[in-house]
Design a protein around this ligand. Structure first.
Ligand code: NAD
Length: 244
């Protein structure tokens, strides 16, 4: 059984969607989890629900693009448990405009949240992880990062996360920090459950269904825990065979 008792985790974008499921699974495995998200109401409500269930969970309002807010979030972790073992860089946004229609500002916003947010979180969290012998960073990319798609900023940002994952794994191995990426395909969340895009995507998926957030969270848990301690710099596609 995966046991994260005594460990501390940060999940960005943890207030809803896949991040919220990851928060709950890590907390159920015994970790103290700091939910970091721009969505204050949802994040606080999730923290309260899990606390009332006996879990060690707090919310911190963080915009992943803000270096200052990352510094404050990590100070909160230090004051709370004094250690950081797991960072899940899950926060992400999408803009489906093609290059012709996309403004430079729109491109920058997607790259800023998805790629630069992951960079800042990695850069600032690594020293705290290293203080207690290391940890595990799990970056949420996408199976979009294996080919081209008609959402250039999103696809490029998710390729960037794969590149950052490999380089960070090399740089931080000495500190005992592992860095891996998860590349999900279509995952059903409350936001897209009713989307008309689901049907065509599912018909192109060998498994003939969309994935569930819990299936991604189970992989996050595996990569967060010691059972995967020789795995670093790797990316894991979880898409029912779509990319195969
Ligand atoms: P979601 O929109 O439900 O969740 C994203 C979360 O990130 C939200 O809580 C949002 O508030 C938060 N967020 C957005 N900008 C932020 C910022 N600047 N700072 C902090 N938090 C911010 O989406 P989801 O489907 O749960 O996606 C989670 C991750 O999985 C994303 O990185 C997404 O790109 C990736 N992904 C999703 C799918 C899918 O099919 N749902 C597939 C592949 C990859």
């Amino acid at each position: 059984l995966t046991d994260l008792a005594g460990k501390t985790a940060i999940v960005t974008g943890g207030a809803r969607g896949q991040g919220a499921v990851e928060v709950e699974l890590l907390a159920t495995a015994g970790a103290s989890v700091l939910i970091c998200d721009v969505l204050e109401d949802e994040g606080k409500a999730l923290a309260e629900r899990l606390q009332s269930d006996g879990k060690s969970v707090q919310f911190f309002k963080l915009d992943v693009t803000s270096e200052d807010e990352w510094v404050a979030a990590l100070a909160t972790v230090r004051a709370w448990t004094g250690r950081l073992d797991v960072l899940v860089n899950n926060a992400g946004i999408i803009n489906r405009k093609i290059i012709r229609d996309m403004t430079v500002a729109e491109w920058r916003m997607v790259m800023d949240v998805n790629a630069t947010g992951t960079f800042i979180g990695t850069k600032l969290s690594a020293p705290l992880m290293a203080e207690t012998g290391g940890g595990s960073i799990v970056n949420i990319s996408s199976n979009s990062a294996f080919s081209g798609h008609y959402d250039p900023a999103y696809t490029s940002s998710k390729w960037a996360i794969r590149g950052l994952t490999r380089t960070a794994a090399m740089e931080f191995a000495d500190d005992g920090i592992r860095v891996n990426a998860i590349c999900p395909g279509l995952i059903v969340t409350d936001l897209n459950r009713a989307s008309p895009h689901l049907g065509p995507m599912i018909s192109m998926t060998p498994a003939q269904r969309a994935g569930e957030a819990d299936e991604v969270a189970q992989l996050v848990l595996f990569l967060a825990a010691d059972g995967s301690k020789f795995i670093t710099g790797e990316d894991f596609v979880i898409d029912g065979g779509f990319t195969a």
